[in-house]
Design a protein around this ligand. Structure first.
Ligand code: NDP
Length: 244
């Protein structure tokens, strides 16, 4: 963000703040005299509650990761899911998607994919988190009751492989579905996960979570700067940060 602010000549500074109590988000925003913020885990629901005006998609998923202040009111958006959607849009003719994992990241991304006409199936290690998805009409499985199908894309939505060498699902399951998929995607960025390594052994195209991270940032930047620049202009400057 700072690189893009500087390069584009926008007078702003992006920094971090540790919010201990999510209930105090709104008060803290005004006390610090901010104009815009990104909110990350575990405060995305508090951010949702703090807003005066919600973007329809943020309202639908109940999670806000970007807030902008205008005339004393807080406007809330979710840029995670549109960023993710743009990141996977390079894969063409995709209709069916298998999500490995059913946590916070899967929540907004499964909704946007469904809104866009994709058919999303969720496979999770345990059943509690799947209940919500089941109620919303998604097809869900645990490792124990999984009935494999053919999926155009398989996406690791878990933190498996982030700080360890684990796969997001048992290897037997993955070896059964990966050969029939078009590509494998991971939301983890900055390293090649065991999941993406396994996908490569099956000669599948892979993609990590860097573009998802970049694109949610670009969309947030667009809100922060009130649509002053094009997506590509922001991208040109912001993506340089990855190679610093
Ligand atoms: P959550 O803690 O909300 O969800 C974790 C999910 O992962 C659950 O479904 C959990 O299953 C599953 N899981 C965790 N560890 C394992 C494991 N060892 N084996 C199998 N399943 C496992 O996490 P988030 O949704 O917040 O984040 C998920 C990932 O997304 C993280 O790695 C994060 O870094 C990444 N991320 C990337 C972004 C980007 O911009 N690229 C943005 C946001 C997140 P169970 O229900 O059984 O516990």
């Amino acid at each position: 963000h700072n690189l893009a602010f500087q390069d584009l000549g926008f007078d702003a500074c992006y920094t971090r703040y540790l919010l201990e109590n999510g209930e105090k988000l709104k008060e803290t925003f005004f006390t610090l005299g901010l104009k815009g913020i990104n909110i990350t885990v575990p405060h995305k629901e508090h951010a949702y509650n703090a807003c005066d005006v919600l973007d329809p998609f943020a309202k639908k998923v109940g999670a806000v990761n970007t807030i902008v202040e205008k005339e004393g009111k807080l406007y809330g958006y979710n840029t995670d899911a549109p960023g993710f959607l743009k990141a996977i849009s390079e894969f063409k003719e995709v209709k069916t998607v298998l999500f490995l994992g059913a946590g916070g990241t899967a929540q907004s991304t499964s909704t946007i994919l469904r809104d866009e006409g994709y058919k999303v199936t969720l496979l999770n290690r345990s059943s509690p988190r799947l209940e919500k998805y089941k109620k919303e009409g998604f097809k869900t499985f645990t490792f124990d009751d999984f009935i494999p199908n053919t999926y155009d894309l398989i996406i690791n939505m878990t933190s498996a492989g982030l700080e360890d060498d684990s796969l997001p699902a048992p290897k037997e399951i993955l070896d059964g579905v990966i050969p029939k998929t078009k590509a494998c995607v991971d939301v983890i960025y900055g390293k090649e996960t065991p999941f993406l390594k396994l996908a490569k052994t099956h000669a599948k195209p892979t993609k990590d979570g860097s573009d998802m991270l970049l694109y949610q940032g670009i969309i947030a930047f667009d809100y922060f700067t009130d649509h002053t620049y094009t997506f590509d202009a922001i991208k040109d400057h912001m993506q340089k940060a990855f190679s610093l």
